[in-house]
Design a binder for this molecule. Structure first.
Ligand code: KG4
Ligand code: ZN
Length: 342
């Protein structure tokens, strides 16, 4: 099944609360994509508990990898390299994947490729879009990151803007908790907002004069909390759907405005959104409209490739493999790894 020139990557992802393994052919064809989610476990605590995440990864990782290989119909000897997320993320969680990848690569005598988690999120766009090739722009919006990135080439990035405080997904999760929707908040706000009026309440949109591509979401989050407190103090009920929809619109307005400023300034004609929040239906819609108006082709992954998965790590690892990236047996988890660092 592994033709002469085909490159098969076994990829592992364990940076947060999903234990995931995948086999990816030539960076774009997903032969298997197994995800064991811990969401139900962490829901009890209202968010990810790092120590529980690490323990659960240890429990699940072997069976997840075995399933990925068997579903792909490949044995370890057909694999060309092992790719693994080594940062950024929760250190204990990352370590489980890194140790596993090192053990497998060493035993099977295969090259080891450490992958940056954000590079993986961006590469998720290659899986379903054959025509997408660098250069392009990307907005990476997840639970831990909000980055506006210029993708110069495969594995070559310039970060144009980033959040100064909360990540977009983090703001969704915190606001969801405050309005009683629970964890994980993003998908719930997305759903509830469909019944709300996005113009019911005006929440602030942060704009940094000195760094027009940067983001800040702590202000909008505090404004929502103040609004709710205000209502409670007055003994008034608030409309959950209106708060959700108005908050969502405030976040999306800023994401789209900064993204379009980059489109105009850097004159790109391809834009890819990535990360868990990229599955948000209102963000997709707003980006679609804004890109259409400017003649820019918009790309986004299917929801399963937006949130954490190993197929995206396999896609990124393939291009790193082609670029000659190889890591040694001393590869370590780097919880605050910077994009473009080796
Ligand atoms: O990429 P991801 O799985 O993990 C990180 O790398 O952080 O992103 C998870 C984040 C969570 O904050 C979750 O609430 C958010 O993505 N998310 C969404 C949606 N689906 C997931 N946010 C808004 N709308 C959604 N539909
Ligand atoms: Zn992620």
């Amino acid at each position: 099944m592994n033709g002469k020139k085909d490159v098969l990557i076994l990829a592992i992802e364990s940076s947060c609360d999903e234990t995931a393994a995948a086999v990816v052919k030539n960076g774009r064809e997903v032969l298997s994509n197994i995800i064991s989610s811990q969401i139900a476990l962490h829901t009890l605590y209202g968010g990810v508990v790092p120590e529980i995440a690490s323990r659960k990864h240890i429990e699940k990782i072997n069976q997840v990898i075995e399933s990925a290989l068997s579903e792909a119909g490949s044995g370890l000897n057909e694999i060309n390299a092992v790719g693994v997320t080594y940062g950024p993320g929760l250190v204990g969680a990352l370590l489980v994947g890194v140790a596993e990848a090192k053990a497998i690569a060493y035993a099977a005598k295969k090259p080891l490729i450490g992958v940056h988690h954000i590079e993986g999120h961006i590469a998720a766009n290659f899986i379903e879009h054959e025509d997408l090739e660098p250069p392009f722009f990307s907005l990476v919006v997840s639970g831990g990151h909000t980055h506006l990135v210029r993708v110069r080439d495969y594995g070559k990035f310039d970060i144009i803007g980033r959040t100064r405080d909360d990540a977009a997904g983090e703001a969704f999760d915190k606001v969801a908790r405050a309005i009683g929707l629970g964890y994980p908040g993003g998908p719930k706000i997305d759903r509830v907002s469909k019944d709300g009026n996005p113009d019911a309440i005006f929440f602030p949109r942060a704009h940094m004069e000195d760094a027009p591509y940067d983001f800040s979401f702590s202000g909008v989050k505090s404004a929502v909390l103040n609004y709710i407190n205000g209502c409670q103090m007055k003994g008034e009920a608030y409309c959950q759907a209106d708060v959700a929809a108005s908050f969502q619109k405030a976040v999306i307005d800023v994401l789209v405005a900064n993204a379009m400023r980059a489109v105009e300034e850097y004159k790109t004609d391809k834009f890819a959104i990535a990360g868990g929040v990229a599955s948000n239906s209102a963000l997709r819609e707003a980006m679609r409209t804004a890109c259409e108006e400017r003649g820019v082709k918009l790309y986004y992954p299917s929801p399963v490739f937006c949130t954490d998965n190993a197929a995206m790590i396999g896609a990124a690892a393939y291009y790193e493999y082609r670029n000659g990236t190889r890591h040694g047996w001393d590869l370590n988890a780097v919880p605050n790894l910077k994009l473009g660092e080796r």
